[in-house]
Write a protein that binds this ligand. Structure first.
Ligand SMILES: C[S@@+](CC[C@H](N)C(=O)[O-])C[C@H]1O[C@@H](n2cnc3c(N)ncnc32)[C@H](O)[C@@H]1O
Length: 287
């Protein structure tokens, strides 16, 4: 029985304040979307505005910024994942890269360590606190060959860059937090700003991802050892995931593939990481 029909059957349709107060806890993002048709247009707008505010408050909270700075890059398997994404970006001399949802700059900081000339990076994020933290850290990094510009803006407002102005786009667990309509628009914006032949590296935590598979007993032991050594990071990451899960949409790999292709982009390949929790698509803007 669907969530919506459960309410209908008991004749206990949720009120506007039930939805607003229960968002993220009683009602997950996907459940609220399922219930939206029960409300008037004005109420739907109120609900969506409220969701956007709550999500922004999560990302911008000092606790979250601290988590992204001190824990996130060190969670087992995340560091390997980041290296994979950096490799997939494959930054070259004189390229312009757009990082959508750059936060405290895990990728920007990693890229500046690669010896390249004339690289320009534009990071967009709507968390002023995350960008402040990144600016502070960037001051301490010697990066004369990299020009970095940070823009504090909601993806919903589009990408403030001209057509075909970037060579590469990365969005690692960034635009994936948008609802379906906004995500479609964001993919359209990526297609617009990416030069023909340009590359887009897109990572997303997905529901029903690939299962954990071990090639050997040694592989299993390595996993246990790594979890044990870094148990504090694992615990914090699990707490974080549990807290945030209900506030954001969940997509399947199939749904995302369809959306990318409908935006006129071409999927060159994809790879599951984080033991099947995340998928990275390597995408091309066809010429
Ligand atoms: C899970 S973090 C990922 C950070 C970074 N890309 C990384 O891999 O470490 C998601 C980031 O996307 C940003 N974000 C989410 N929704 C956004 C939106 N609608 N507009 C702008 N930024 C958004 C958040 O502020 C947050 O910093």
């Amino acid at each position: 029985m669907s969530f919506k029909s459960l309410f209908k059957k008991e004749k206990k349709e949720p009120t506007l304040s039930d939805i607003i107060n229960g968002f993220g806890k009683t009602f997950s993002y996907n459940q609220v979307m399922d219930l939206l048709p029960l409300f008037s247009e004005i109420d739907r707008e109120t609900i969506l505005e409220n969701i956007n505010k709550k999500q922004n408050a999560i990302w911008d909270s000092p606790k979250q910024v601290k988590y992204y700075t001190e824990v996130h890059p060190y969670v087992p398997f995340a560091s390997e994942h980041f290296e994979d994404v950096v490799k997939a970006i494959d930054i070259q001399d004189d390229e312009t890269l757009l990082d959508l949802g750059c936060s405290v700059g895990v990728f920007i900081k990693k890229l500046t360590k690669i010896d390249r000339k004339g690289v320009k990076i534009i990071g967009i994020d709507y968390s002023p606190n995350a960008l402040k933290q990144l600016e502070k850290e960037l001051k301490a990094i010697p990066r004369q060959n990299y020009e970095i510009k940070l823009i504090c803006q909601n993806f919903n407002k589009g990408v403030p860059l001209p057509n075909s102005s970037v060579d590469k786009v990365v969005s690692n667990w960034g635009i994936i937090y948008l609802g379906t309509e906004e995500l479609n628009k964001a993919l359209g914006e990526i297609k617009r700003v990416l030069r023909p032949g340009g590359k887009f590296v897109f990572s997303a935590l997905v529901k029903g991802g690939a299962n954990i598979q071990f090639e050997s007993f040694d592989g299993f032991l390595t996993l246990i050892q790594s979890l044990f050594k870094k148990w504090k990071y694992v615990l914090k990451a699990l707490q974080f995931e549990k807290k945030c899960r209900g506030y954001f949409p969940e997509y399947s790999q199939e749904k995302l593939s369809g959306m990318i292709e409908r935006a006129g982009l071409e999927i060159l390949g994809s790879k599951y990481t984080i033991k099947g929790k995340s998928i990275t698509f390597v995408v091309k803007n066809p010429k």
